[in-house]
Ligand binder design. Structure first.
Ligand code: SF4
Length: 390
């Protein structure tokens, strides 16, 4: 099994908990963005203090609804958004202190924050480092100003120019960037120039997403009104197939369909979503899965702060959900253990039959209870996942 000696093999883990906190404010709402976020310009959010108080209130209430989660150990915390780097470091420090006072933390807990380029500086990284944040991800998307303009993203030239240098000298070593491909104003050459900046700097983590057209966004309205072009499909499939080969040459593991990392630098928090581990989702627009139940919070910050914590819990449905997440992994995982832990007899049978069919077609390997996709599966992935989930 290729790369198996270097790659971690993901497995069922029963006693841990992740925490995701959604900070919904950004400098500017990007045209393509489908997350719950609000553009508020350069100033801090007026309601930052009360929002952080509401986070604490929600954590206490979710714990009341599911007291069993207190028996779990937190091993990942993820501050996402929106733009969490827009909130003050002091607010994150207090929230982390609160979480530490309420839960047991694993010694090597991964504590991540998403940072937007306009906020990134040596000083900010030093602050984060001093409060125990040990992973930083920067939403770059593209270094091409025309591309950023197409996306309707805020562009701070000075910060974009210094970004790679600041990350290279960061006191926090677990750093990564997001890049996007398929942006009509960005040529394939320009995309590879961006990628080369990343590779030359040797940063340990890369998320690569394609531009997509999401209903209800400004971008989708602009495409309908013929003001903007649709995402570049041809460039997308070209890049998608080239990247695994290119990044492997530079020592990166392709561990999830859109994510690459140097060995040991995978995002432990995002792996929870893909391996069906429980997580508390806190904040407006956040989703969570705890003790086999899913919930979602209102996508409105003031409503979130005013209303009682939403108590609508839906039982999770592993027979469908497991397929949608687990089979996005391109690194190996103990599929028999996942199937045994989460599926009933009928679903188990279907999973096993489908997986054997894939193996016969040369799409995956299954050895000693360990599953791994072969590269040939990449362009068929959405259809393959549908096969197993229906
Ligand atoms: S910065 Fe990120 S979260 Fe905020 S609007 Fe843009 S894409 Fe959405």
């Amino acid at each position: 099994m290729e790369l198996l000696d270097k790659q971690s093999i993901w497995q069922v883990r029963n006693s841990y908990l992740g925490v995701y906190v959604h900070f919904p404010y950004c400098f500017k709402k990007c045209d393509y963005c489908d997350f719950y976020s609000e553009g508020i310009g350069p100033s801090p959010a007026n309601d930052e203090k009360s929002l952080f108080q509401s986070y604490q209130k929600e954590i206490l209430e979710r714990t009341k609804h599911f007291p069993e989660i207190k028996n779990r150990t937190i091993d990942t915390v993820f501050f996402g958004g929106g733009t969490p780097s827009k909130a003050s470091s002091e607010s994150w420090k207090e929230l982390l202190g609160f979480l530490r006072s309420e839960f047991a933390f694993a010694e090597d807990t991964e504590i991540s924050i998403e940072v937007n380029p306009e906020d990134l500086s040596e000083k900010l990284l030093e602050e984060y480092h001093s409060l125990g944040i040990n992973r930083v991800n920067v939403g770059v998307q593209t270094f091409e100003p025309k591309g950023l303009e197409f996306l309707g993203r805020h562009y701070d030239r000075e910060r974009y120019d210094s970004l790679v240098n600041v990350l290279t000298h960061s006191p926090i070593k677990r750093v990564g960037i997001d890049l996007m491909y398929g942006i009509p104003e960005v040529s394939q050459d320009s995309f590879y120039r961006d990628l080369n900046l990343f590779l030359q700097a040797g940063l340990p983590h890369l998320s690569l997403y394609s531009l997509t057209l999401e209903k209800g966004t400004q971008y989708s309205r602009d495409v309908t009104d013929h003001k903007k072009k649709e995402p570049e499909e041809n460039i997308q499939s070209d890049i998608l197939t080239n990247l695994p080969v290119l990044l492997k040459k530079h020592g990166y593991l392709w561990y999830e369909v859109s994510n690459y990392a140097k060995p040991g630098f995978e995002s432990k928090h995002n792996l929870k979503y893909w391996t069906y581990e429980p997580y508390l989702g806190i904040g407006p627009g956040a989703h969570g899965m705890i003790e086999g139940h899913r919930y979602g919070n209102p996508r409105n910050s003031s409503l979130y702060q005013k209303k009682q914590t939403n108590t609508k819990y839906e039982p999770a449905d592993p027979s469908t959900e497991l397929s949608l997440t687990l089979f996005r992994l391109f690194s190996p995982f103990r599929y028999l253990d996942f199937i045994d832990a989460y599926l009933d007899a009928g679903a188990k049978d279907k999973y096993l039959r489908t997986i054997e069919g894939w193996e016969k077609k040369g799409l995956c390997s299954i050895e000693s209870g360990v599953f791994q996709w072969k590269p040939a599966a990449l362009l068929l992935l959405d259809d393959l996942i549908l096969e197993i989930s229906l």
